[in-house]
Design a protein around this ligand. Structure first.
Ligand SMILES: Nc1nc2c(c(=O)[nH]1)N[C@H]1C(S)=C(S)[C@@H](COP(=O)(O)OP(=O)(O)OC[C@H]3O[C@@H](n4cnc5c(=O)[nH]c(N)nc54)[C@H](O)[C@@H]3O)O[C@H]1N2
Ligand SMILES: Nc1nc2c(c(=O)[nH]1)N[C@H]1C(S)=C(S)[C@@H](COP(=O)(O)OP(=O)(O)OC[C@H]3O[C@@H](n4cnc5c(=O)[nH]c(N)nc54)[C@H](O)[C@@H]3O)O[C@H]1N2
Ligand code: SF4
Ligand SMILES: [Mo]
Length: 743
């Protein structure tokens, strides 16, 4: 007997609604939910393989605890006893900063990852926080923090209404989009073209997205900040600046003009390898379009000038009057956002409130660069204690971050490590305790993170499609128990963690004059919360306090958990709307166009005008049927074109004596790897491309399929020292490599 169940797909940022076919506890099919208010039936090959991902026999079914050097099956009780003992002894002896926390990408794809890590960080009080953000979008957070006063205020291109999209370093036809949640991104790009709009793509590779574009600029990797600065300079020089309704909310326009005036198209053309006329055309087209949006992603972030490039993306949106207007780039308003406070000056955004112990890297958004994780463990200094215990949640930094070989050794030297991970993989194999979450079919889902980045305001919640199997523990409970174990409250009821958050949140809300519950009794509000579990009650609370919420009765038609449960395909909250100046939290209460840290970084960009790579540089790429490091164990998603090959242009291949299919050796600052060459014009001359997340040949893992075709770990080519200094983000694109054919 089979039945169907709805489940929001957690496998990429598009958040498609799926209809799962369930037989017993197995998912035997997945199709797009045609009634989903946002995804309207769209599904990609990864979503279609939900059942295979969910049912992978290599997933761990219960906790593992290391005894006599060997990871063995254990009870949950034994596992949490070991976690409490391991972490508390390090905290008590060496202080909180000696406990590191590593948060990986899937935390933005689970409810547990949104609800508990902030509590864990607060409870431990550690400065040793490392996340996937510093191999990803930290430059965007920093530029948003500096421009708007809020690191999480990220404008999203209005894909469905724009007339002109300038897309930089993103390949949504493979990635399905990022920092821009849009189910069926490819279809939305085609619709843009069908309504007469134009698409320009800037990418050193001729990607599937670039092929769809009206114009493709194969820029030299790492030089986007120069190109964008030149576009801004043209807007000023040719009198094309039109800030329109934004004008009263802006500060520093004249200073901006002076600061970037010398980055003319003629000055940057050679460095970018894009001729000056083309750069002028790009700027004029942007200014002339009725509406336009500039959007930058991985290729504009994970580079040496990532923060400047991210800043310039928004500067261009602002100078052309496209920020915060329909068809431009707008700030979404999610249902679980906090009650919007009245517009006015805020606390601003500060960088470098503390520094890493070894290389003295400044923190950004409370985080240290994940590239510095290994040295924070393996290098003693007189400035304090190294990291001796590690809590890794949904993270595989051995493959995802620079120099996994060094990190391998560092992790082995820890006093204690716990991994919350469904797999025994390259990272979790080092753990003292592994706590496996259930497969996604057994977890409820709501997108706390991605709704704040979605091209349409909407809200959806799906309960677990399948009940928890015996012996399983919900990931929310695992993380709640982890919070208790790490903070000296081991053994307390995990519901206490949710209760604490509810008490704090309601206690604060009733004191805020702008809150819909101002002046009410928190206990009365608490009694009104609905939901079967702590996480559901927290979701209910956030919805009801949020911008569309029922305010606990103050706005009877407003949102609540009960409303969501009554609308299993979601509730549409309308297109993105202009919101300025409300989201601004800068000290001036304005958009600060030329913040000091940015101005101070411009000389470094000027230096880059002079530099040209001596030899080849490497960029990454993504494949539709893959996701970072953890989906290579699913047979349905591997093989075919999803292989770890080195793309190289025919001219370079000929010059270096590289044959298609033959092995080549790559050497970088962090080490060497070998991969088969794929000679293709999809990559520009002077640039080679290798995907990330491969290198599944380490011992001690349980990844029976992935190890058959392990691929090479591109991040071994990096030594972790190349960073964007403002954000601490790793340079993963446009770094030098040497290549030799393997004979
Ligand atoms: N060279 C290069 N390196 C890159 C990139 C690049 O473009 N080039 N991209 C970077 C980017 S953008 C990112 S986001 C990072 C990603 O790097 P990581 O944050 O390390 O994420 P993943 O590689 O996806 O590994 C995710 C881990 O979470 C586990 N997992 C899967 N589902 C769940 C779940 O439901 N719960 C829990 N607790 N765990 C789960 C998986 O088994 C795996 O161990 O990689 C970065 N690394
Ligand atoms: N199928 C699949 N989907 C995914 C993922 C995945 O691994 N596989 N990962 C998810 C994650 S965690 C993220 S963060 C997103 C990322 O989403 P995207 O940013 O769309 O990721 P990519 O496909 O890597 O596209 C980055 C593009 O930047 C180009 N590039 C490299 N260097 C430069 C440069 O210097 N300048 C310019 N202009 N371009 C450059 C690369 O050639 C590449 O085409 O994808 C998410 N979705
Ligand atoms: S596009 Fe992303 S969210 Fe949609 S089905 Fe594919 S993997 Fe899932
Ligand atoms: Mo990412």
């Amino acid at each position: 007997m089979s039945r169907t169940a709805l489940r929001i797909c957690p496998l990429c940022e598009a958040t498609c609604g799926l209809t799962l076919t369930v037989e017993g506890s197995r998912i035997t099919a997945a199709r797009g939910d045609r009634d989903d208010v946002f995804s309207k039936g769209f599904i990609c090959p990864k979503g279609a393989s939900f059942g295979a991902v969910d049912g992978d026999p290599d997933r761990l079914t219960g906790p593992l605890v290391r005894k006599d050097g060997v990871l063995r099956e254990a009870t949950w009780e034994e596992a949490f006893d070991a976690v409490a003992a391991g972490i508390r002894s390090v905290v008590e002896r060496y202080g909180p900063h000696s406990v590191g926390i590593v948060l990986g990408n899937p935390n933005v794809h689970t409810m547990a990852g949104a609800l508990y890590p902030p509590v864990l960080i607060g409870a431990l009080g550690t400065h040793s926080l490392f996340t996937a953000s510093t191999v990803d979008q930290m430059p965007k957070h920093v530029s948003s923090g500096l421009l708007f006063g809020d690191a999480n205020a990220i404008p999203v291109p209005d894909l469905d209404r724009t007339d002109h999209l300038l897309l930089i370093g993103a390949n949504p036809l493979e990635s399905n989009g990022s920092l821009c949640t849009a189910p069926d991104f490819p279809g939305r790009l085609k619709a843009l073209k069908a309504r007469g709009g134009t698409l320009t793509v800037i990418d050193p590779r001729r990607t599937r997205t670039a092929k769809l574009a009206d114009r493709h600029i194969a820029v030299r990797p790492g030089t986007d900040a120069l190109l964008l600065a030149a576009m801004a300079a043209v807007l000023f020089e040719e009198d094309l600046v039109g800030t329109g309704e934004l004008t009263p909310h802006l500060e520093g326009l004249a200073e901006l003009r002076t600061a970037i005036g010398d980055f003319t198209p003629e000055a940057v053309a050679d460095a970018c390898d894009v001729d000056a006329d083309t750069i002028r055309t790009l700027a004029r087209e942007l200014a002339a379009a009725p509406t336009a949006a500039v959007y930058g992603r991985i290729g504009s972030c994970t580079v040496a000038h990532g923060t400047l490039a991210s800043w310039l993306v928004d500067v261009l949106n602002i100078l052309t009057g496209n920020l915060d207007r329909p068809g431009g780039a707008l700030f979404p308003q999610a249902a679980t956002d906090r009650t919007p406070r009245p517009a006015g000056p805020g606390h601003g955004f500060r960088l470098a409130r503390w520094h890493s112990r070894v290389s003295q890297y400044p923190e950004a958004k409370g985080e240290l660069p994940i590239s510095a994780l290994a040295e924070e463990i393996d290098t003693p200094t007189e400035r304090g204690e190294p990291v001796r215990a590690l809590i890794a949640i949904a993270a595989n930094p051995v493959l995802s971050t620079p120099d996994g070989d060094r990190l391998d050794k560092a992790l082995d030297a820890l006093d204690f490590m716990v991994s919350v991970d469904p797999y025994l993989n390259e990272t979790s194999r080092h753990a003292t305790v592994v706590l496996p979450p259930p497969p996604p079919s057994q977890s409820p889902h709501h997108d706390f993170a991605f709704n704040t980045l979605a091209v349409r305001n909407q809200v959806r919640y799906t309960r677990a499609a399948v009940p928890l199997e015996p012996g399983r523990m919900a990931e929310t409970e695992i993380l709640a128990r982890l919070v208790l174990a790490a903070s000296g409250m081991h053994g307390a009821d995990p519901a206490a963690v949710d209760q604490l958050v509810i008490d704090q949140t309601l206690g604060k809300a009733v004191k805020e004059p702008h809150s819909p519950v101002h002046g009410r009794d928190p206990r009365e509000l608490q009694d009104r919360l609905s939901g079967d579990t702590g996480p559901e009650r927290r979701l209910d609370m956030m919805l009801r306090l949020g911008p569309y919420g029922d305010g606990f009765g103050a706005r009877p038609d407003g949102l609540s958990l009960d409303q969501l449960l009554a609308h299993p395909h979601g509730i549409d909250l309308g297109p993105l709307r202009p919101r300025l100046p409300q989201p601004l939290k800068t000290r001036s209460g304005k958009v600060e166009l030329l913040p000091e840290p940015i101005a101070d970084d411009l000389p470094r960009l000027r230096e880059a005008l002079k530099r040209r790579p001596d030899g080849l540089v490497l960029v990454g790429r993504r494949h539709l049927r893959s996701n970072n490091s953890w989906m290579h164990n699913v047979p349905a998603l591997t093989g075919g074109s999803n292989r770890c090959t080195l793309h190289i242009h025919p001219d370079d291949a000929e010059r270096l004596g590289v044959r298609d299919g033959a092995a080549v050796r790559l050497k970088g600052a962090g080490g060497e790897v070998t991969a088969p060459a794929e000679v293709t014009e999809a990559v520009r001359p002077g640039v080679v491309s290798l995907p990330h997340g491969w290198g599944h040949d380490r011992p001690g893992t349980r990844l029976s399929h992935a190890r058959k075709e392990p691929g090479a770990n591109v991040n071994q080519l990096l030594d972790g020292s190349l960073l964007d200094p403002l954000s601490g983000n790793a340079v993963l694109n446009g770094f030098p490599v040497q290549l030799t054919p393997v004979t």
